[in-house]
Ligand binder design. Structure first.
Ligand SMILES: *Cc1c(COP(=O)(O)O)cnc(C)c1O
Length: 426
């Protein structure tokens, strides 16, 4: 029934489905543990022979209801919540690779994910090759090796604001016999559902628009259920051969389309444990209930702000995928017809010094290390998140020294523009 409902209805109603006499609002099941009558039944739960709750690190009813809502919004078959977006991307990949394996990723991705791939996963013996997402299919295909296990990209990259050609990436991944994993954080399923364009797995930092109020760090992984792991059984032995830690269970044989998420829950969450607190999931659910109302407002405000900045004599350049003439406008028109996101980047003619002075003059718009919440905020990566980098390294990371990242909130646009106006005028 969920599949036929529109995203607006799913935002409000999907996930928690109370029976008669149960609370109308998603309850916070703030319990680490669950009681059973017989030790035999508890044993069956531990062997994955019966489904049920026994310990919140593996499953919790509040967390599961919110995962089910995100699953419905993305149009997947199963989903899992994680304690952060970082954990979501790590689990999404580590669920299908191990030491000695290789991954291919777009270069223009979130800085934290770039570090995870290029430093931490490398220490674990997993190598990531980076590609220019705008290169030709043939060029990107050259980055693949026999031990490559996945292709990764972001629908709209944070902070580059590049729009991913998802169909092209899906074609490349599938020709190589690996899944395409798309981080859909900035677009959200309100503006883009990557499964409709061929992606196999979607990840989220729910910390951003989904929570939307800057209260809770969190993440999610959603599986489309469409990737045929058994057709590539040699590549994915973790899913297609017996798991010694569960008396030899074979995930694909026992769980079919839910094999991937079941393995992430039963094996990775059991052993690594990046589980969200039920209270955070409750807050995330409140955010999701209005996601369909907030996204259009974020996008409309960002577009108007981009237009205003573009015309301002002190502004050197503006990047916003929704802006006609933007490098990614055509891809945005295809994949994000309803709007892209509330984040834009721009540079001032005075460069780095002027950027810093401008930000210090802002009154309504705050300087914070965050994006995608209801309050407007700015960040100057060269002075903050990327301050350890040299001029040359900044250039390589695609972050000009004058770049200001502006997360446009849902305040009245006239008040935002007058704050920017006064800060540019002084
Ligand atoms: C913020 C972000 C992450 C990391 O998420 P956290 O919730 O901060 O751990 C991953 N991907 C993208 C695109 C992000 O914007």
């Amino acid at each position: 029934m969920d599949k036929k409902q529109r995203p607006e209805t799913l935002c409000v109603q999907a996930g928690w489905q109370p029976a008669g006499g149960e609370p109308r609002v998603l309850p916070i099941v703030q319990s680490t543990t669950f009681k059973y009558a017989s030790s035999e039944q508890m044993g069956r739960l531990f062997d994955l022979e019966e489904s049920g709750y026994f310990y919140t690190r593996l499953q919790n009813p509040t967390n599961d209801a919110v995962a089910a809502k995100i699953n419905a919004l993305e149009g997947g078959v199963a989903a899992i919540l994680t304690s952060s977006g970082q954990a979501a991307n790590y689990y999404a990949l580590f669920n299908i690779c191990q030491a000695g394996d290789h991954l291919v990723s777009a270069t223009s991705i979130y800085g934290g994910t770039y570090n995870l791939f290029s430093v931490t996963m490398k220490k674990q013996g997993i190598e990531v090759g980076f590609v220019d997402q705008d290169a030709s299919e043939a060029e990107i295909a050259r980055a693949f090796k026999p031990n490559t296990k996945a292709l990764f990209g972001e629908t709209i990259s944070n902070t580059g604001l590049k729009v991913l050609d998802i169909e092209k990436f899906a074609r490349i991944a599938h020709k190589q016999g690996v899944p395409l994993i798309v981080d859909n954080t900035f677009a959200t399923p309100i503006n883009c559902r990557p499964f409709e364009w061929g992606a196999d797995i979607v990840t989220h930092s729910t910390t951003k628009y989904m929570d939307g109020h800057a209260t809770s760090v969190g993440g999610a992984i959603v599986d489309s259920g469409r990737f045929d792991w058994e057709a590539q059984a040699n590549k994915f032995p973790g899913l297609t051969t017996p798991d010694a830690s569960y008396h030899g269970i074979v995930y694909t044989a026992t769980f079919g389309k839910e094999a991937y998420i079941t393995k992430a829950t039963a094996q990775l969450m059991r052993d690594l444990g990046s589980v969200p607190s039920p209270h955070n999931s409750f807050l995330l659910n409140l955010g999701l209930e209005t996601l369909h109302l907030r996204m259009p407002r974020h996008c409309a405000n960002a577009l108007e702000m981009a237009r205003y900045l573009q015309k301002h004599p002190k502004v050197a350049w503006v990047n916003y995928p929704g802006l006609p003439g933007d490098r990614y406008h055509d891809l945005a028109a295809k994949y994000l017809p309803e709007g892209s996101c509330g984040v834009l980047t721009f540079g001032l003619k005075g460069g780095r010094a002027e950027a810093v002075a401008f930000m210090d003059r802002l009154r309504l718009v705050a300087i914070v290390t965050h994006v995608a919440d209801v309050r407007s905020s700015v960040l100057h990566p060269a002075s903050h998140t990327h301050r350890q980098l040299t001029e040359a390294q900044l250039k390589e990371a695609g972050i000009p020294h004058d770049l200001i990242r502006f997360s446009v909130g849902i305040e009245h646009i006239d008040d935002l523009i007058s704050d920017i106006e006064q800060a540019l005028t002084d």
